[in-house]
Write a protein that binds this ligand. Sequence first.
Ligand code: ZN
Length: 419
Amino acid sequence: MFAANLNMTNYNYTVSERFLRYVQIDTQSDPHSNTFPSTTKQKNLSNILAEELQKMGVTAVELDEYGYVYATIPSNITKKVPTICFCSHVDTAPDCSGTNVKPILHKNYQGQDIVLPDDTTQIISPLHYPYLKKHIGCDVITASGHTLLGADDKSGVAIIMDLAYYLLTHPTIPHGTIKLLFTPDEEIGHGTAKLSMQKLNADFGYTLDGGELGVIEDETFNADSAVLDVYGVSAHPGYAKDKMINALKIVGEILMALPKTLAPETTEGREGFIHPIRIEGLPEKATIEFILRDFTTAGLQQHAQKLHSLATTVIEKYPHTHFKLNIQEQYRNMKAILEKHPQIVALAEKACTQAGIEVYKQSIRGGTDGSRLSFMGLPCANIFTGMQAIHSKHEWVCVQDMQKAVDVLIKLVQLWAMQ
Ligand SMILES: [Zn+2]
């Protein structure tokens, strides 16, 4: 159902075969771990990637102690052009089990509901996933019902691996120096924590961690965390009359006072939000943890001010109580960096067009390794892989979408070689 004229009709893509193998390796990360990587099992996949790259003939392949895989495909042109990095993450989300993933390939999908065999209450229906309707005649991969699939981000991993394989088996394709990077712990926000920018040594980058065919993302949220400590007055409950002021109840009041229109469950598109993610406490002291999100830093500041004024209003009603609000930066919108290097997005768009794909520019309502990498000195846009319904048992991906992403990368390296 997609235009097939890519001058690549004779290429036997390896992306789906790789994907089906990689998803069976449990690489779930753990937000409560104190180690790096947060789970050693992530290295089981990183090891395989390093070995496969070495076998292909990729040079300078290194799996370091933290679980990062660095690799280089040397330039095959004399002209000096920017070094481009392609990056994806090996871990899967803690939200849903990644143990014993059994991928199922539904060849020549015909538009029906897909009932997952290991839990038949799990049904992937085109009614809920309209994007599925665009894939009639395609090959769709799902999990079996008791786990996520891991398309986020093993589709990205498999696409980059297929790019490497293509370039090494087609040495006449001109390209500059290409760096490959596979990171652990992206899903728990630590994907770049132990990354060596010196070792990576690239000028610009692309993460392969986006959704629908043709999507290019150059913008993420600005993100802060906020911790609100509320101090009450404790007393023996039998003798607490006119003495006790229960911090748990104040915290409840603050939660009820949060603006209903500034919540994840009521916002979309370019709207930001204030989102409580955890509460903990005793009558004497209670704490709410929030995340604050907005596409502009001014909007983000407004959310913090709103939270502060709302807590003040509630607390003022109770004598002898007080609160502390601690705001911490998490990540920033990568658009601020990408605007200074417009060729990153422009060439990705051009590569899509050359591969016969319509481009959809989108903003990520979240962050990626790319937003951190951009601020660490590697300006990075995000490119589609086809992954859908991520972090859930309904997760699925279309083989042809992944192949199209490989096409885009092959076009993209050649476009950079002409810069
Ligand atoms: Zn991802």
